[in-house]
Design a protein around this ligand. Structure first.
Ligand SMILES: Cc1cc2nc3c(=O)[nH]c(=O)nc-3n(C[C@H](O)[C@H](O)[C@H](O)COP(=O)(O)OP(=O)(O)OC[C@H]3O[C@@H](n4cnc5c(N)ncnc54)[C@H](O)[C@@H]3O)c2cc1C
Length: 414
């Protein structure tokens, strides 16, 4: 069939691909987004957006007011160790003071429509099956299941947690990086308009031991709550977890009037993997830039992936636009090689700290100690919120910001 050309191909139209496509098209480049499904389509998720993600939406010129269908939250409510704590999102110059919730069914569609508005072309029902490479092994296009070939000097791999395009070209999945598994289910609930994201720190396995992870309840604003839980692969329990039983047993302790019971479930429980702390590398192969889950970019501290997919999409677009403004050859390649470096500089040290955190909370004694002695201390918890949600000002911030940024800089970006 016909060959189709663009300046940049974007494989996958999740938040990472849509953000990359938006910023590439805004820089005047022709962009073809190749997406295996068709919108609106579901993506299993908690649907929770911290102020980091809101910032990326603002950068795409997407209105985030309530009239446009968003439900806002002021902060995080935490339950654990017998304590119920409400922590407002920090006041910062770098990030807005609110988060949002929006079901992915709708959210991803809003993002991709925005990329189309600024000139990107979306090809739905287009499953990418492999890369086209030149004689030097450089990626110069992709093939699709229906037999088409798309060609471009650059391709962005935003194909999510499976990350097949990168893997087919030698990107490796690092076993020394944390992985999580998360499940979620929607329930009709009077708590649908909650103005806080809520997290429950005490998840217990059937033998009563504390699990490294947390449960969440996010009001979706449409009469339902998104209720779910995520667990890290740092304990043996991870292999043998019955997620449905764990969800049911956790919810059975909730007040009945919240409505998190079988009869109020609007569909089945669904789940997926969380690739954390850059578990896929390298982030650049000649002609191919990896973003979002395809790059293993989920924050190991809190399991948040949307903001990091959008930020890495934006970063990849900036680098690609600068590279394509140069003639083909070593000068262009030098710009492209800066992408993995910038990813490492931006997130590497913080993710290293995240790995230490993840391995620490894999020990039930540490979890027990943290919930018992940490939660009742509001100042410590405000610090913890900034650390876990990666919300600090790089310059001119407070003492907490300076400590977090200092440690992130000191930690090696391995
Ligand atoms: C249960 C659960 C709860 C979560 N909760 C949250 C949360 O509350 N907040 C948060 O920030 N993060 C959450 N995450 C993580 C978040 O969902 C991901 O990090 C985020 O979706 C990553 O975005 P992405 O664009 O990289 O990939 P995706 O959103 O996975 O998008 C990838 C896209 O690529 C397409 N694709 C895949 N293969 C191909 C192919 N071969 N050809 C063409 N197209 C292809 C897919 O159809 C998809 O549209 C959660 C994850 C899970 C599993």
């Amino acid at each position: 069939m016909t060959e189709l050309d663009a300046d940049v191909l974007v494989v996958g139209a999740g938040p990472g691909g849509a953000a990359a496509a938006y910023h590439l098209a805004s820089a005047g480049l022709s962009v073809a987004i190749l997406e295996k499904s068709a919108f609106p389509r579901e993506k299993v998720c908690g649907d929770g957006l911290t102020p980091r993600a809101v910032k990326s939406l603002v950068a795409m010129g997407i209105p985030t007011d309530e009239e446009s269908g968003w439900i806002r939250n002021k902060g995080l409510r935490i339950f654990g160790g017998g304590v119920r704590l409400e922590l407002p999102w920090p006041e910062l110059a770098s990030y807005p003071d609110h988060g949002l919730v929006r079901p992915r069914l709708d959210f991803d569609h809003v993002l991709v429509k925005r990329a189309i508005e600024v000139g990107a072309t979306l090809h739905e029902h287009t499953t990418v099956t492999g890369a086209v490479r030149d004689d030097d092994g450089r990626v110069v296009g992709v093939t699709t299941k229906d037999g088409r070939t798309f060609r471009a000097p650059l391709t962005v791999a935003a194909d999510g947690v499976s990350g097949r395009l990168g893997l087919s070209l030698g990107v490796t999945k690092r076993e020394d990086r944390p992985m999580g598994v998360a499940v979620r289910r929607y329930y009709t609930s009077p708590r649908s308009n909650d103005d806080h994201l809520e997290s429950w720190l005490e998840l217990r396995s059937p033998d009563g031991s504390l699990l490294p992870g947390y449960g969440w309840i996010f009001g979706v604003g449409d009469g339902t709550s998104n209720v779910g839980l995520g667990i890290l692969n740092t304990t043996r329990a991870f292999q043998n977890t019955n997620y449905q039983a764990l969800l049911d047993s956790w919810l059975s302790a909730m007040p009945g009037e919240w409505g998190y019971v079988e009869d109020n479930a609007t569909g089945p429980m669904r789940g997926g993997a969380l690739p954390m702390g850059f578990n896929k590398k390298p982030h650049y192969l000649p002609g191919l830039l990896l973003v979002g889950d395809a790059a293993g970019a989920v924050n190991p501290f809190n399991g948040e992936g949307i903001a990091y997919a959008m930020e890495s999409g934006q970063l990849a677009a900036e680098v690609a636009a600068q590279a394509l403004a140069r003639a083909e050859g070593p000068g262009r390649e030098k710009v492209l090689a800066s992408y993995p470096r910038r990813m490492a500089e931006t997130y590497g040290g913080y993710y290293t700290l995240g790995r230490v955190f993840v391995s620490a909370i894999g020990h039930p004694q540490v979890m027990r100690y943290a919930t018992k002695y940490g939660l009742p201390r509001p100042t410590l918890m405000r610090f913890t919120l900034k650390l876990l949600a990666n919300l600090t000002d790089p310059a001119g911030g407070d003492a907490m910001d300076r400590i977090i940024n200092g440690f992130s800089k000191l930690a090696p970006a391995a």
